[in-house]
Design a protein around this ligand. Structure first.
Ligand code: MIG
Length: 680
């Protein structure tokens, strides 16, 4: 059952596609939560403090799930979180917000319910941060819908959210292959060389990503002639090897005369403005830039149609970056900072004054204050950015997804974004941004997968082997041992750090074994993914969602269920020779070094220390289940997978019926009718 409670005049975020399944009720009838403050006014005369505060007493044993992309655990108790999309490359336990805002919570205690706040503005969730037994939610900018979801199961609550907000995005099948990325891969020759190395070493790969250097002067929808001469031919050359080029698209448009995207957008009034209607100029990678007005449907659509420039070269996949939006500086703030710094010259600075001066420049990026400096044109109405901030990247990416459907009606395109909200999950996937090559981030990655799935982002993943900091051979391998289960599997890292292509660590056999294992699992992963998308279910789930009556399972955050048949328990500690695993029912354990090289044993329900050598990964098959398993001899990409030669990983000898989803991997028509029951 879904009930809807409206406060003030909500901004239409587009998240909800089936309003009719929610029953509207007056806010005075709100169950469970207490409204401790309600300053909501109608949007027109909304003042600065227009907030609504809800409170809920958390019983001792209650768990709180949700919030999608956040740096912390599955159970959210004991910390505070914010919906405030921001570009900050330091992901750690101290963070309260990352790039996305996913306003969905599940309270799992004596009372069990889900909560979806449909608002593009700022929200704070104090989940036992101030008082351990109190959940306090502050919605800053009154004017929002609160959906209350009651279902008997945890998965049921997530399913209801998806029914309300629409089915998840489905990428082409090749996007389930492995992709290699690096900020400073410098030109076509280098991309070719890296791809060829993988091929020559029999390490399967489907994608090569292009980061910002591929553009001409960081201008969106251009390609550098110098670094990528004859781009179309280059793309075709790689396509022949079954490798897809996936370029990045940044939110900021370079402010430059003679650049058609800038000139056309300016002429049509498609960029964000300052209060007086003049151009809002910021600094991002191209230097002085403007932001396409993502909240103006016409402007967003126009921006989406620009992807045609790349489609015309044969490219079929994109990743959208910097769309929180990230702001290195605003033109106004920069000028003010120059003036301020000049004032210190010649002064004898005491420590306080020195730090103050240092922060004038050091603190100039991504200031929340900038969100009050620019405006959107929402169907003729001027809306200040801070009111709709969290929706920016989401709206821009959704518009791109819709435009791509228009431009490529018969073939799916790959699209994922750094910033997102619930609703964008219908049009694109996400990656979790700038993590680091730290063992703790492998565990964070695992939790992120489960958290992202709860809010509908099935196609998601982290920078495998880590974006920031130095990767080591063991972290790359351990991380890949988790990555092979993630729908989006991409090795990506920052410039200026140690290179981390998997063949650079002197452990080719181990990396090959894991990459091959990934490809052996694709028939299963793709089937489970497609069924989850069609049925509004999750691919990655916490154990607690599957074994609801199991008290131990409730508190397991470092293992996951992947699809109907598999449990995983990745190693996320350096120099570990194994790890503790909770086995919630009798399972068959496979300890893989490669698809052909493994040992196997049965494990009863219970807790174990299980040995996992550096080149091994654990895969547990649930009792009575089986999964299809591809033959990977000679398989260099998803195009080489032979469904005629499917093998199986089985719990035991008994035949098992399995619902296999297969199609050409690109058609936009998907549906239950493509599921074939096979016996494994
Ligand atoms: O300010 O394009 O998260 O994946 O390599 C950094 C350069 C901009 C941030 C992305 C990262 C990407 C990088 N970008």
């Amino acid at each position: 059952m879904i009930r809807k409670f409206t406060f003030g005049t909500p901004f239409n975020t587009g998240a909800v596609v089936r309003p009719e399944i929610a029953e509207e009720e007056s806010a005075s009838k709100l169950p469970f939560l207490t409204i401790v403050q309600n300053k909501v006014a109608s949007r027109d005369d909304a003042g600065e403090d227009d907030s609504v505060i809800f409170s809920y007493r958390l019983p001792d044993e209650a768990l709180v799930y949700g919030l999608g992309e956040q740096a912390r655990g599955l159970n959210k108790r004991g910390w505070r979180y914010e919906s405030r999309n921001t570009d900050n490359p330091f992901q750690n336990e101290g963070r309260t917000a990352l790039y996305s805002s996913h306003n969905f919570l599940i309270i799992d205690g004596e009372e069990r319910f889900g909560l979806f706040l449909d608002t593009p503005g700022y929200v704070e969730y104090d989940i036992g941060f101030t008082n351990y037994d109190e959940l306090k939610i502050t919605v800053k900018d009154g004017g929002f819908d609160l959906y209350l979801i009651e279902e008997t199961s945890l998965t049921g609550i997530c399913r209801a959210l998806r029914r309300l907000t629409g089915a998840s995005y489905v990428p082409p099948k090749w996007a389930f292959g492995f992709g290699m990325s690096r900020w400073d891969h410098k030109d076509a020759d280098e991309i070719r060389e890296v791809a060829d190395r993988y091929r020559a070493l029999d390490m399967p790969i489907d994608m090569m990503y292009l980061d910002i250097p591929y553009m001409d002067d960081y201008m969106d929808f251009t390609v550098s002639e110098e670094r990528y001469p004859q781009f179309r031919e280059f793309n075709a050359e790689l396509a022949k090897k079954n490798i897809h080029l996936v370029p990045i698209v940044d939110a900021g448009i370079k402010k430059k005369e003679g650049y058609p995207v800038y000139e056309e957008g300016r002429e049509k009034g498609y960029f964000c403005t300052k209060e007086d209607g003049s151009e809002f100029v910021v600094g991002v990678w191209p230097g002085a830039s403007v932001f396409p007005d993502a909240l103006n449907p016409e402007a967003a659509h126009w921006f989406g149609l620009q992807y045609k420039a790349y489609l015309d070269t044969g490219v079929e996949g994109f990743w959208n970056d910097m769309n929180e939006p990230s702001i290195f500086y605003t033109e106004d703030a920069l000028q003010a900072a120059f003036r301020k710094v000049a004032e210190y010259e010649g002064e004898n600075l005491d420590a306080e004054t020195f730090f103050e001066m240092r922060d004038v420049m050091g603190g100039i990026s991504n200031k929340t204050a900038y969100y009050k400096d620019f405006y959107h044109n929402v169907n003729g109405k001027k809306v200040r950015h801070d009111r709709v901030h969290n929706l920016y990247g989401s709206a821009l990416t959704s518009a791109a997804g819709e435009a791509l459907r228009e431009l490529s009606p018969d073939r799916r395109t790959l699209l994922f974004s750094r910033s997102s909200m619930i609703g964008m999950h219908r049009n694109a996937g996400i990656w979790y941004g700038d993590n680091s090559s730290m063992f703790s981030h492998i565990l964070m990655n695992l939790k992120e997968e489960m958290n992202a799935n709860m809010v509908g982002f099935l196609y998601s993943g982290a920078d495998t082997a880590g974006f920031g900091d130095q990767a080591t051979p063991d972290i790359a391998l351990r991380w890949l041992e988790l990555g092979i289960f993630s729908p989006l599997l991409r090795n990506h890292s920052s410039r200026r750090l140690r290179r981390q292509e998997f063949y650079l660590f002197g452990m080719d056999e181990a990396f090959r074994g894991m990459l091959k294992l990934r490809y052996a699992l694709i028939p299963y992963l793709y089937s489970e993914f497609m069924k989850a998308a069609l049925r509004d279910e999750m691919l990655f789930q916490p154990l607690a969602f599957v074994y609801e009556d199991d008290e131990r399972a409730k508190h397991i955050e470092d293992q996951a269920m992947v699809g109907e048949a598999v449990m995983i328990a990745p190693v996320y500690e350096q120099n570990a020779v194994g790890r503790y695993v909770y086995v919630p029912e009798k399972m068959r354990l496979f300890r893989f070094r490669s698809p052909e090289d493994y040992d196997t044993e049965y494990v009863e329900k219970g807790d174990y220390f299980i040995h996992v050598a550096l080149d091994e990964v654990l895969l547990f098959v649930r009792e009575g289940h089986a999964l299809p398993f591809a033959d990977t001899k000679g398989v260099l990409s998803t195009a080489d997978l032979d469904y005629g030669k499917l093998k199986a990983l089985k719990y035991d000898e008994a035949p098992v019926e399995y619902e296999l989803y297969n199609d050409d991997g690109v058609t936009r028509e998907i549906g239950e009718e493509k599921i074939r029951k096979i016996v494994l």
